[in-house]
Design a binder for this molecule. Structure first.
Ligand code: HEC
Length: 197
């Protein structure tokens, strides 16, 4: 009698295991407390009948929050990326934005002028004492040809300036951890002004 019982239980367990290995992959089988991982609220990626476009994740209304990818900069530190960034950004995304140039100037004075000089003449305090290994270029030098582009620095596009601020160049260190992408574009805007001097 006891043997029959054990046999019955083993058969039952074996049947359970077989049933749990169902071939229908889309059905997870028996779920324990599904309300713990299936929220009542809509998930961001779920279809949603409430909104006109049928999506749950909605974009912020026009003019409220700056779209994040405005400063999307998919370029690494390599020279080829410097060139690609220069071609991708021939205009500054903050061009014409109110107050951006003034903020760019303030940031430039704080982060760049001690080397590049207040007006971008390569005569910052660090350089003029004579101990600096290589003086920075004048941003308005239309004659000297830069090794990186083969052209003068006055022809550097905003993307090239931004790339230099982000990753540095030779003795100039990278500034990505010091200034945010938005601040870098503001500084770039001011350097663009210094190119015209
Ligand atoms: C520690 C000094 C130092 C600081 C700080 C510095 N730079 Fe430079 N920068 C240099 C030097 C030196 C060069 C020239 C490097 C070379 O030609 O080998 C240079 C080069 C450049 C170039 C030209 C790159 C090229 O391809 O020739 C740009 C543009 C530039 N800097 C912008 C900036 C801006 C904007 C800032 C502030 C965010 C800044 N730099 C901060 C020293 C500095």
């Amino acid at each position: 009698m006891r043997r029959a019982g054990i046999l019955f239980i083993s058969a039952f367990v074996a049947a359970l295991i077989l049933v749990s290995c169902s071939k229908v992959k889309r059905k997870p089988g028996w779920e324990f407390a599904p309300q713990m991982y299936e929220p009542i609220a809509y998930n961001p990626d779920q279809p949603n009948p409430v909104f006109a476009d049928g999506r749950t994740a909605q974009l912020p209304p026009e003019g409220t929050v700056r779209a994040k990818d405005q400063f999307y900069f998919p370029f690494n530190a390599h020279d080829s990326s410097f060139t690609a960034a220069g071609q991708a950004f021939t205009t500054n995304p903050l061009a014409g934005e109110k107050g951006a140039l003034a903020e760019g100037r303030a940031l430039y004075l704080a982060y760049c002028s001690h080397c590049h000089g207040e007006t971008g003449q390569g005569d910052g305090g660090v350089v003029v004492n004579g101990n600096y290994p290589a003086p920075p270029p004048k941003f308005n030098d239309a004659t000297g040809l830069r090794a990186r582009t083969g052209g003068p620095i006055t022809e550097y596009t905003p993307g090239m300036i931004y790339h230099t601020i982000t990753y540095g160049y030779n003795v100039m260190g990278p500034h990505a951890s010091l200034v945010t992408p938005e601040e870098r574009w503001k500084i770039t805007l001011y350097v663009q002004e210094l190119q015209k001097l």
